[in-house]
Design a binder for this molecule. Structure first.
Ligand SMILES: N[C@@H](CCC(=O)N[C@@H](CS)C(=O)NCC(=O)O)C(=O)O
Length: 218
């Protein structure tokens, strides 16, 4: 096994993959290659050759290269897990996991990252109130989903929970929740109890430090 992950801990998608790696017990088998977004490592030709989207995370498994945390996480479970709990083989259960991956990409992370990009590039042209309202709408949607399920894609924890917890804990830094979300809170408490949750918590604190400094300059 020769696994490499191109990563930076501040990134929510990277953290979802690190949570997946921890859950699978692969931590000691994956070599982390740091990608410094502030140094524009991700725009260097050698990185763009691996991932034309120039995003982290990127996984290399031998000669196989894969980008996008959702694809990486499902690949890791498919290839290395001893059971299918984190990405069920049952077609309908798996479809629910996939639907939450798309919710992350299109809504929660998709909306939140627009704020993050604006702050990190000191782009003053965006309408921050509109962007924040979009993220808050995603919180409302997530509350409705979690009102009916114990975990984001059903009654047991899957890789979708790793994506959503990594994203939500980050968007919360940029867009604090303004009302009560009892179902999100109950789910969040379960996720925080994971023995390896500190991987995410550490990255969120790194993100908070940088974000707070930059937002004060915007
Ligand atoms: N859908 C992708 C999103 C990855 C993503 O946008 N990563 C950000 C860091 S949080 C990034 O690398 N941005 C650099 C860029 O867009 O050039 C995934 O889940 O991996």
């Amino acid at each position: 096994m020769s696994l490499k992950l191109y990563a930076t801990l501040g990134s929510p998608p990277v953290r979802s993959t690190l949570l997946t790696i921890a859950a699978l017990g692969l931590k000691d088998k994956v070599k982390l290659i740091p990608v410094d977004l502030f140094n524009f490592d991700h725009l260097k030709p050698e990185f763009v050759a691996k991932n034309p989207l120039h995003t982290v995370p990127v996984l290399e498994d031998g000669n196989f290269t894969l980008w996008d945390s959702h694809a990486i996480n499902s690949y890791l479970v498919n290839k290395y897990a001893t059971d299918d709990a984190l990405y069920p083989k049952d077609i309908q259960k798996r479809a629910l996991v996939d639907s939450m991956a798309h919710f992350d990409t299109g809504y929660l992370f998709g909306k939140g990252v627009r704020i993050i990009k604006a702050v990190f590039t000191t782009d003053k042209s965006v309408n921050m109130d509109e962007l924040k309202a979009d993220v808050r709408e995603s919180y409302d949607i997530l509350e409705v989903i979690l009102n009916k399920r114990k975990f984001v894609a059903g009654d047991s924890m899957t890789i979708a929970d790793f994506n959503i917890v990594a994203t939500l804990s980050t968007t919360e830094v940029c867009v604090p929740m303004e009302k009560e979300y009892p179902s999100i809170d109950a789910w969040y408490a379960k996720m925080r109890q994971l023995p390896y949750y500190s991987i995410n918590a550490k990255g969120v604190e790194m993100f908070r430090t940088v974000f707070s400094k930059l937002i004060s300059q915007l």
